[in-house]
Design a protein around this ligand. Structure first.
Ligand SMILES: Cc1cc2nc3c(=O)[nH]c(=O)nc-3n(C[C@H](O)[C@H](O)[C@H](O)COP(=O)(O)O)c2cc1C
Length: 217
């Protein structure tokens, strides 16, 4: 065994910051998510809205990356991206996807599973208009997930478009916008001492109600 392995095997936390009880959790998972998300915002941690989006590629391989949560309501969870990217192309072939949040300061994980849909053009345009100009330019420039010959090429396109749009509003590109994951499954995980973690699941039933149950840690 090398020293990195020794160091890694020695890293462990004893979780003790909270508790989750199926008797007192919210009856609706969106309310429970809001409660935890408000607590995370309150704690002022960095990038509380960063989440891992896992998708399935057309050849049935799994693919995951971070994206930012930009809104949620009782319908679902919204992120913005390029519709020609690997993630979007995967979603268009197979809409099943999952989101994972890890809020280490609270010793909490949330897993959300469901299907992803495009959000309306109107909703995307509203968000696009609220973005800083440089982020808008970034959306226009990036052929996200396509091969790029060199960094120089990207900087060249960036400078060219910066000049072209310096006195004009930047239009939202057709290949960019929001996507919403509509959940059918949530799991709220709260770390507990001695690895006896709390795992509370909400599962959507055929009657569109939420079944709540606990899983072994
Ligand atoms: C913290 C963080 C937040 C990110 N947020 C987004 C995002 O909201 N939208 C996005 O398209 N990419 C975002 N990215 C970049 C993605 O992780 C990824 O590199 C990119 O979307 C291309 O992924 P794909 O090739 O699988 O489509 C973020 C990366 C990090 C590290």
């Amino acid at each position: 065994m090398n020293s990195t392995h020794n160091k890694l095997s020695g890293i462990r936390s004893n979780y003790a910051k909270g508790e989750l009880d199926e008797i007192i959790v919210s009856t609706n998972p969106f309310d429970q998510f809001r409660k935890w998300f408000d607590e995370v915002l309150e704690a002022k941690i960095t990038e509380p809205n960063a989440m891992t989006l896992s998708t399935c590629t057309p050849d049935l391989a799994v693919s995951a990356r971070m994206v930012l949560l930009k809104g949620f309501d009782r319908r679902g969870f919204i992120f913005y991206t390029n519709y020609e990217s690997k993630k979007a192309q995967s979603i268009f072939t197979n809409p099943n996807a999952s989101l994972t949040f890890f809020w280490k300061e609270q010793e909490r994980q949330v897993r959300i599973e469901g299907k992803v849909e495009k959000v309306s053009n109107r909703e995307s345009a509203k968000y696009f208009a609220s973005r800083p100009r440089l982020s808008q330019l970034g959306a226009i420039i990036s052929k996200q997930s396509s091969k790029l010959a060199s960094k120089k090429e990207l900087l060249h396109i960036f400078t060219k478009l910066e000049d072209e749009y310096h006195d004009k509003p930047i239009p939202m590109p057709d290949n960019w916008g929001g996507m919403m994951l509509i959940p059918k499954y949530f799991e709220f995980w709260q770390g507990r001492p001695s690895r006896l973690h709390d795992r509370i699941v909400y599962e959507l039933t055929e009657k569109k109600t939420w079944d709540i149950y606990r899983l072994y840690p």
